[in-house]
Design a protein around this ligand. Structure first.
Ligand SMILES: Nc1ncnc2c1ncn2[C@@H]1O[C@H](COP(=O)(O)OP(=O)(O)OP(=O)(O)O)[C@@H](O)[C@H]1O
Length: 247
């Protein structure tokens, strides 16, 4: 049996607001299998972002365990984390973190080149991803010349250039109009069909409807795990993969 891509055990995060402890995540057990698409939903402040930041190693946990692909990660040093992230994880967060003095094309190719992919293959992936996201004409622009929604799509292309086994996304369609949302969702469907796991925070029920499973958080705890462990996975290429959005 293969290890789950993500396995958190009694994961806790308590922020300190001066003297006041702010419990953000309170004992979360979340298991995500290879290739599974999980949407995380819940009201504002329920701990969604904190949870995926901890899974991605961007935020230290207070207690509990985090395992990625069978490797315990919550005790890793930053250098080991950086290597693991580069190899296995793609991030799309609300802050796009594009490199300001590089073109869109170079921003998208960089992670693949850093991971040792050949220049030719990195260019092929970049052309494919920018094409899918309607950004081909913006390849030579600097990030600052792009609208917010365009920057967000470049950030998604960059996160996928490496073909990560795990994509972590925090509101990836948050700033997008319906046409761009459709492009992003089509690409996520493609990523999912290729067997990459996705953990995605969203407030958008249309986005969540594409997932294999919706995990609901409330006050830092999972109140519904969407039937983890049940054979809910749709067959690849089945009707669930057809993305239709109006508007
Ligand atoms: N750096 C921080 N310092 C102190 N408290 C924080 C910090 N970051 C988050 N919190 C608190 O932790 C709780 C969970 O926040 P989090 O951002 O994870 O929720 P969320 O579900 O992602 O919310 P939203 O949907 O609004 O993004 C909230 O009470 C928030 O105020």
């Amino acid at each position: 049996m293969t290890s789950p891509v993500v396995d958190t055990v009694n994961l806790v995060k308590i922020y300190q607001d001066g003297e006041v402890p702010v419990p953000a995540v309170r004992g979360v057990d979340l298991r995500v299998e290879a290739g599974e698409f999980v949407a995380v939903m819940g009201p504002s402040g329920s701990g969604k972002s904190t949870l995926i930041h901890m899974i991605g190693g961007l935020e230290a946990r207070t207690s509990g365990e985090i395992w990625l692909d069978g490797q315990r990660t919550d005790m890793l040093k930053e250098s080991a984390w950086a290597l693991l992230r580069r190899k296995k994880i793609g991030f799309v967060f609300q802050f796009f973190n594009l490199v300001a003095n590089m073109t869109v094309a170079d921003n998208v190719e960089l992670p693949a080149l850093l991971a040792g992919v050949s220049a030719k293959e990195a260019r092929r992936r970049r052309e494919h991803l920018l094409g899918e996201l309607g950004l081909t004409a913006r390849a030579d622009a600097a990030p600052a010349q792009l609208a917010g929604g365009e920057q967000q799509r470049v950030a998604l292309a960059r996160a996928l250039a490496n073909k990560p086994s795990l994509l972590l996304a925090d509101e990836p369609t948050g700033n997008l109009d319906s046409r761009n949302t459709r492009d992003v969702l089509r690409l996520l469907g493609e990523v999912h069909r290729e067997g990459q796991a996705i953990v995605l925070v969203t407030h958008d029920a249309r986005v969540a409807s594409l997932a294999d499973r919706v995990v609901s958080l409330l006050d830092g705890q999972i109140v519904d795990d969407g039937g983890a462990g049940l054979a809910r996975r749709r067959p690849r290429g089945g009707p669930g993969d057809v993305i239709e959005l109006r508007g």
